[in-house]
Design a protein. Structure first.
Length: 387
C-alpha cells in the first residue's frame, strides 16, 4: 500500500519524468518495466502455483465439500464483475479486452485489511476469503493463458512442454533437491517467454511439478513456498505496485470515462454482487451452506474485500491494452474500485460482532471482544453456558 501511494505521489510531482524514464530504460533485452512484469512476476506466480497446489491436495481445498462454496463464490465473483464492466463501458468494442480486469482479487491486500481488524474477525471469514482468492487466482491464471497471448511459436511451445515433462519426471523418480527444479523454472521461463504465451505462466507450470509430499511438514514444495514467500510479499509485490500504480491524476472529466468507470463499478459492485449473491443462493438451496459461525454481514464484508483487485487487476490491465492512455485509465479505475471496496469492507466488518455459541471457550470470547469483554452481554452468556 505504501509503495503504491509513493508511486502516485511521484507520478504527480516534478519527479514524474524521471520515474517513467527509469521504467522504460533498457537493461539488456528488456526494459525495467518488462523485467518487473515478466520476470519478477513469474516468481509471484510461482508462489501462487505453490499455494494452490498445497491447498488443493493438502490444505483447505483438499475435499470436495471444502471446495464447493468457495468455488461457487469465486466463479460468480469473476463472471458478474466482467458483466458489470461490459455494461459500464457500454459494450464498447475498443474496450472489450479489459473485461477480466475487475475479475481478480488481491489476496495480500484483502488479508491486510482483515489484519487491521484483529480479533474482531472470526477465523472462518479469513478461511473463506483465502479459499475464494485461491480459486480466483486459478481463474485469473487461466484467463491470462487463454485470452492474453500474442502470436504463438510452435518450437518454443514444444520446448516448454519438454521442460515441464522433464520436471514432472524428476518428481516421479523421487528427486527432492530444489536446485534442479529452480534451474528448470529458469529454462521454462525462457521457453515460455519465446512462445508468445505470457511468461508468468511459467511460474505456475513449474510450481505444479515440485513434489508436495502430502502430509509432510518439510516437503520440497513447502520449503520453497516458505523461502519464497517473504521475498514475494515484501519485495516483488511492492516493486510491482511501485512500477504499476504511478498514474498522473487526470481532470474530473477523465475520471468519468467509460473505462475507469467500468472497472471501478466491476470491482465495487460486481464483486460484492457476485460473491455475496452466490453464497446466499448456495446456502438457501442447500448446495453449500455458509459457515454457522458467520453472520450474513460477515459474508457481505468479505464480498466487499473481494473487490480489492490491485496486483492482478493492474497486471491484466497492462496486458489488455496497447494504448498507453487506456492502460493509465485502467489503473485509475483499478485504484478507485479497490480503494472503495477496501474501505467499505473494513467498515462493514468493523461494525459486525462475531457469533458466540455455547461451545465457545470463554477465553476465546474474551479474545474476540478484547477490552469490552467484561461488559459485553454475549461474553457473560458464554460464561454462563460454560459454567
Amino acid at each position: 500500500m505504501g509503495a503504491a501511494a509513493l508511486a502516485l505521489v511521484i507520478a504527480n510531482s516534478p519527479l514524474a519524468e524521471s520515474y517513467h524514464k527509469v521504467l522504460h530504460s533498457h537493461v539488456g533485452p528488456l526494459t525495467v518495466h518488462y523485467w518487473i512484469a515478466d520476470a519478477l512476476m513469474a516468481v509471484f506466480f510461482l508462489l501462487v502455483g505453490l499455494e494452490v497446489k498445497r491447498e488443493w491436495y493438502d490444505g483447505q481445498l483438499s475435499t470436495p465439500a471444502a471446495r464447493r462454496l468457495p468455488m461457487i463464490a469465486a466463479a460468480a465473483g469473476m463472471a458478474v464483475p466482467a458483466l458489470v464492466y461490459k455494461l459500464g463501458t457500454g459494450f464498447n468494442p475498443t474496450l472489450s479486452s479489459g473485461w477480466a480486469i475487475p475479475a481478480a482479487t488481491d489476496i495480500a491486500f484483502a488479508l491486510g485489511v482483515l489484519a487491521l481488524l484483529g480479533g474482531r474477525v472470526p477465523a472462518s471469514i479469513k478461511l473463506l476469503l483465502v479459499t475464494i482468492a485461491i480459486i480466483d487466482d486459478i481463474g485469473a491464471v487461466a484467463i491470462i493463458a487463454l485470452f492474453y497471448t500474442s502470436d504463438l511459436s510452435v518450437p518454443a511451445l514444444a520446448a516448454s512442454a519438454i521442460i515441464v515433462s522433464i520436471m514432472a519426471a524428476m518428481t516421479m523418480f523421487g528427486i527432492r533437491k530444489l536446485w534442479p527444479f529452480l534451474l528448470g523454472f529458469v529454462l521454462l521461463w525462457i521457453a515460455v517467454f519465446q512462445s508468445g504465451v505470457h511468461a508468468t505462466i511459467a511460474g505456475v507450470l513449474a510450481a505444479l511439478t515440485i513434489p508436495l509430499g502430502k502430509g509432510e511438514p518439510y516437503s520440497p514444495l513447502k520449503k520453497l513456498e516458505h523461502r519464497v514467500h517473504p521475498y514475494v510479499m515484501f519485495g516483488i509485490v511492492p516493486v510491482f505496485g511501485f512500477a504499476s500504480a504511478g498514474v498522473t491524476f487526470p481532470g474530473a472529466e477523465a475520471l468519468l470515462d467509460p473505462l475507469p468507470v467500468g472497472i471501478a463499478l466491476g470491482l465495487l459492485f460486481g464483486k460484492q454482487a457476485g460473491v455475496f449473491g452466490a453464497v446466499w443462493i448456495a446456502d438457501r438451496t442447500g448446495v453449500a451452506p455458509k459457515p454457522q459461525s458467520l453472520r450474513w454481514a460477515h459474508i457481505y464484508g468479505a464480498s466487499l474485500l473481494c473487490g480489492i483487485g490491485f496486483t492482478m487487476s493492474l497486471f491484466i490491465g497492462d496486458l489488455a491494452f496497447g494504448d498507453p492512455l487506456l492502460v493509465e485509465e485502467a489503473k485509475i479505475g483499478t485504484l478507485a474500485g479497490s480503494l472503495a471496496s477496501g474501505i467499505l469492507g473494513f467498515a462493514v466488518l468493523k461494525c459486525t460482532k462475531p457469533i458466540i455459541s455455547t461451545h465457545y471457550e470463554v477465553d476465546e470470547a474474551e479474545e474476540v471482544f478484547g477490552e469490552d469483554a467484561d461488559e459485553d452481554p454475549t461474553v457473560c452468556r458464554a460464561r454462563q453456558f460454560t459454567d
